[in-house]
Design a protein around this ligand. Structure first.
Ligand SMILES: Nc1nc2c(c(=O)[nH]1)N(C=O)[C@@H](CNc1ccc(C(=O)N[C@@H](CCC(=O)O)C(=O)O)cc1)CN2
Ligand SMILES: Nc1nc2c(ncn2[C@@H]2O[C@H](COP(=O)(O)OP(=O)(O)OP(=O)(O)O)[C@@H](O)[C@H]2O)c(=O)[nH]1
Ligand SMILES: [K+]
Ligand SMILES: [Mg+2]
Length: 444
């Protein structure tokens, strides 16, 4: 067994609570903790009631302590968890005692990294741990928990198996080309069907990512239509500056809310119009970029002005996007020229029509959300690897169609196999692993 230093961290949220958890992992975890208890513990997976003292023998706290004996622990190493009272000072003292006893402060995600390095979880599951913690909607949480149980890992394993079968058939025909007659049409069929499965996975995956990150919504319109007022109304908060001066908002302003269980990331943008103002111009460029990035766009019109030339200009820019046409300020006027059949009428000021708008938004993102649920791809990294796998197999298939020899074709298929392994973290590179785990909080 490898001897690694013993790490320690506060595993519970920082701040005052009823109980805090301080945990240690490593060969010396038990020995370090026992030094400071009124009576040492040794029985694994048992809750011990103890007193904990500091290096000078003063009582720090009355605690509960659990020992997890390697390899039956979260990290696969010897671990100890200390449950102390949840005060900031008490918790910090417990941590300090462990540091004084020889443990080292854990880095972000180091416990989970060790679980991965010790083969307790694969990389996709490690990502799922982070996503369980960060889940902002019921659906994102469910996906993350599914993946923690191995849902996506199993699917990847299934695709990988199919690829292995194809490679095996090809290798056999390379090695025993004199004795074995390979059925080209069978290999062709296998490759095509694998490519098809991967393609549909990748297509859905693009949508699945929105579940983890939230659905993005941009509010755009000419100056003074009430975009910032609407943002504030949706967030129920005074986030953006509202004035009656056109061109008030210059930068993109974001806020997050949940509508009907769906997590939205909303951006209020600079009003779009022809302008010579340099700063405003930059703001408008940012608006347009925001439109490109968004899953759904609110095109906000002003019922006091009607549909103007500026509106026409903006409409040309957004009409191909997934958008909702919204007429604002209906409390003041009803100069509404419906553009489509489902224009929504609201007053951001009084709140009239807001429920209908929320329903319309949910309708517009339903596909994204539903298909996303099916995919279980929850990170850009996972999607990136699936795309690379697809590209390699697709190359191999092109060569196959051109009648290249099998030993050439197998090169790209092997590359795809390696991509699968990296996706699961089998062939991991140190840098990649560090990037993934550094997103965790200390103690995880
Ligand atoms: N107190 C506490 N609660 C926690 C955790 C923890 O580390 N400590 N977890 C941490 O994130 C999560 C639970 N995940 C865990 C996963 C595996 C093992 C574990 O001991 N696995 C052993 C034994 C399996 C068994 O016998 O059931 C193993 O895999 O060998 C513990 C917690 C959430 N709640
Ligand atoms: N009566 C009424 N006034 C509104 C409504 N919505 C916004 N306003 C007013 O319209 C003016 C402009 O509102 P903003 O929210 O700043 O408009 P904006 O689209 O963000 O403007 P820019 O950032 O300058 O592009 C303010 O005086 C608001 O109080 C509404 O529904 N009814
Ligand atoms: K304004
Ligand atoms: Mg504004």
């Amino acid at each position: 067994m490898r001897l690694r230093d013993t790490i320690v961290a506060i595993a519970s949220p920082h701040g005052t609570g009823a109980i805090s958890v301080v945990r240690l992992s490593g060969d010396e975890a038990l020995q370090i903790v026992n030094r400071f208890l009124n009576k040492p513990i040794s029985r694994p997976r048992y809750v011990h009631h103890r007193e904990l003292f500091d290096t000078s023998g003063s009582l720090v706290d009355e605690v509960l302590v659990v020992y997890y004996k390697a390899p039956k622990s979260y990290t696969g190493e010897d671990m100890v968890e200390i449950y102390c009272h949840g005060g900031i000072l008490v918790t910090q003292k417990v941590l300090d005692v462990m540091l004084a006893g020889g443990a080292r402060l854990a880095k972000n995600g180091e416990f989970t990294k060790r679980a991965f390095l010790n083969g307790k979880i694969d990389l996709v599951k490690a990502e799922a741990v982070l996503q369980v913690i960060e889940a902002k909607s019921e659906k994102a949480l469910k996906l993350a928990l599914d993946n923690l149980k191995g849902k996506l890992s199993e699917e990847i394993e299934f695709f990988r198996r199919k690829l292995l079968d194809i490679l095996a058939k090809i290798e056999v025909s390379i090695d025993y080309s004199d004795d074995v007659i390979v059925d080209d049409s069978e290999i062709r069929h296998d490759i095509v069907s694998l490519l098809e499965m991967l393609r549909s996975k990748i297509e859905m995956a693009g949508k699945g990512l929105h579940l983890s990150t939230g659905v993005t919504l941009a509010i755009v319109g000419k100056p003074n239509t009430g975009k910032s007022t609407l943002l504030n109304r949706l967030l129920n908060e005074d986030r953006a500056i509202v004035t009656d001066i056109p061109g008030t908002t210059r930068d993109v302003i974001r806020g997050e809310i949940k509508i009907g269980g769906v997590h939205f990331v909303i951006s209020d943008t600079a009003g779009v119009r022809e302008t010579e103002d340099v700063i405003e111009k930059i703001g408008i460029e940012r608006t347009l970029r925001e439109v490109q990035k968004s899953d759904v766009v609110i095109f906000l019109l002003d019922a006091t002005t009607g549909f103007t030339e500026d509106d026409q200009y903006i409409y040309e820019l957004i009409k191909e996007t997934n958008h909702v046409v919204v007429w604002n300020k209906v409390d003041l006027a009803s100069n509404v020229q419906r553009i489509g059949e489902d224009d929504v009428l609201i007053s951001a000021k009084t709140g009239e029509g807001l429920r209908a708008l929320e329903q319309k938004l949910l309708e517009k993102v339903r596909l994204i959300v539903e298909e996303g649920e099916l995919s279980h791809v929850t990170s850009k990294r996972q999607l990136e690897y699936l795309k690379r796998v697809y590209a390699n197999i697709s190359n191999a298939y092109d060569q196959f169609k051109k009648g290249y020899p099998f030993d050439v074709i197998s090169i790209d298929l092997r590359k795809a196999l390696e991509e699968f392994d990296e996706l699961l973290g089998r062939n991991y590179m140190e840098d990649l692993i560090d990037t993934i785990f550094s997103n965790f909080c200390v103690g995880k």
